[in-house]
Ligand binder design. Sequence first.
Ligand code: ZN
Length: 133
Amino acid sequence: MNKIEHIGIAVKNLEASNKLFAQLLGVNHYKIEEVLSEGVTTSFFKAGPNKIELLEATNLDSPIAKFIQKKGEGIHHIAFAVTDIYSEITRLKNEGFIVLNDTPKKGADNKLVVFLHPKSSNGVLVELCQDIE
Ligand code: ZN
């Protein structure tokens, strides 16, 4: 894995949280994007070289809606940038990690993404993402 690509934070109200994180980070979000397959609207912030992704559910079946119901708002996942997502999937499966989707999906910010089940990684939901060329 190359680096932490971003940290995902589940929020109830994206508009309010966009304001809050703009105050916190001292910059406005640079993009808002809906990801239909995940039932979320996302917004992205840059803090120096690092990225923060805020996620708001767009429907009650969204993984973000379920997460907030169970745990409340807060850190939802850590995303790592990878160069070859397919070989990482194979490598991590061989190491015993539970990969949630075998085939990478198109995520926000022009990426192919897969998630690892938190129960195989100490309660941390891990996202792998690779830039789509
Ligand atoms: Zn993410």
